[in-house]
Write a protein that binds this ligand. Structure first.
Ligand SMILES: [Zn+2]
Ligand SMILES: [Zn+2]
Length: 376
């Protein structure tokens, strides 16, 4: 500590300088030597740190007094004492904001042990996928094309040119953050010199320019299990962005959208369809072949006097449950086909039938009465 320069000399102010003069002097030096303005310049960085330390002491009445009385020994290691950082924030907020992109006061030396660059996990990504209801029923394989960061092939993720290594950051000593002290409190903020990485790459890899990763398209084949439901989200581990400093890759999330089908729909685990029959088919009963969503045929027996909206249930032919176990049901809901145009022959046949029907149910139903009246 004995080799330390005099704080007044550092700021080029007299021993009787006013607080304003000290601030002005520091502002000038801070602008000149700030590391962000002098990347890689060790001398400038040292000057910046020196000036900041001098300013911290001389701008604080108590510290300045002790410094005047005892020299460097008077202000060294007085961490328990109130450091008037508010003053710095307040008066230099504009400078520090433009330099640091946020509220960050004068730097103190990092109090953390050097720990080297910290591995960072890559980001998770999300890529929607659209499938048909049939594909959801049967399960399918789909390719998705994603644009993500991969570990750079040129440097295997080191970011460095062959045979070189990153340089541990001299500001944070590899910690990636610097600890500031205010009163009794320590708070750490990301190191601005190395952008929180703890190290800087001095000879970057030509392929990734030191970023350790390259952004590429990749087509990934996704297995979609049978029974997948609308809004389900599949996860492909490790297919998000690659990590840095040896951190793991993020995951790829694949939310599944199922396009509505014209014929079938899903109700819980049941596969549901509507079967439209003619009035005589419903009345007299019939056998009819229908096609299941999987393409197989089902022979249905429509009972005599089948109501509209009746559900014919075939067990075990619905959606499979994702975690094994039973399947849902195949449900066929009956509907009646109402012709909008009739030839004369059909019309008269229907009329005579209506006459009969009307007579039969007259008095028992207001609707039948209306029907009769309408036709008459
Ligand atoms: Zn590279
Ligand atoms: Zn650093």
């Amino acid at each position: 500590m004995s080799t330390k320069r005099d704080f007044y000399d550092i700021l080029s102010v007299s021993k009787t300088a006013s607080v304003d003069e000290i601030k002005k002097a520091y502002r000038k030096l801070a602008m000149q030597y700030h590391p962000d303005k002098n990347p890689g310049d060790k001398a400038a960085e040292a000057k910046f740190r020196e000036a900041t330390e001098a300013y911290e002491v001389l701008s604080d009445q108590t510290k300045r007094q002790k410094y005047d009385q005892y020299g460097h020994a008077g202000v060294h290691g007085q961490h328990g004492q109130h450091a008037n950082m508010d003053d710095i924030f307040e008066n230099f907020g504009d400078i520090f904001e433009s330099f640091f992109g946020g509220q960050q006061g004068a730097r103190k030396k990092s109090q953390r042990q050097a720990s080297g660059p910290q591995p960072q996990r890559g980001h998770d990504l999300s890529q929607r996928i659209e499938i048909t209801l049939k594909e959801a029923y049967l399960g399918c394989k789909k390719d998705v094309k994603i644009y993500h960061f991969e570990v750079c092939g040129g440097c295997k993720g080191s970011g460095c040119k062959d045979g070189t290594k990153p340089t541990i950051c001299s500001t944070c000593h590899g910690a990636g953050s610097v600890v500031h002290q205010q009163g009794f409190f320590n708070f750490s903020q990301p190191c601005t010199k190395c952008r929180g990485q703890g190290a800087t790459i001095t000879s970057p890899c030509g392929e990734c320019r030191g970023s350790m990763r390259t952004q590429k398209y990749e087509t990934i084949s996704i297995n979609i299990p049978a029974g997948i439901y609308q809004g389900a989200e599949l996860r492909v581990v490790g297919k998000g962005d690659a990590g840095v400093f040896g951190g793991p890759a993020g995951d790829l999330f694949v939310p599944v959208d199922i396009t509505p089908d014209k014929v079938f729909h899903r109700r819980e685990y049941d596969l549901v369809t509507t079967l439209t029959l003619t009035y005589p088919q419903l009345v007299l009963g019939c056998q009819i072949e229908i096609e299941h969503i999987d393409g197989t045929k089902e022979l249905l027996k429509i009972p005599k006097g089948c109501a509209v909206g009746k559900e014919i249930i075939i067990a075990g032919k619905g959606f499979p449950q994702l975690r094994g176990g039973a399947r849902g049901r195949f449900i066929i809901v009956t509907a009646c086909d109402i012709p909008t145009k009739l030839d004369e022959e059909s019309r008269s046949a229907l009329l005579s039938f209506a006459e009969k029907l009307g007579n039969k149910s007259q008095g028992s139903s207001g609707i039948a009465g209306f029907f009769k009246k309408f036709l008459g």
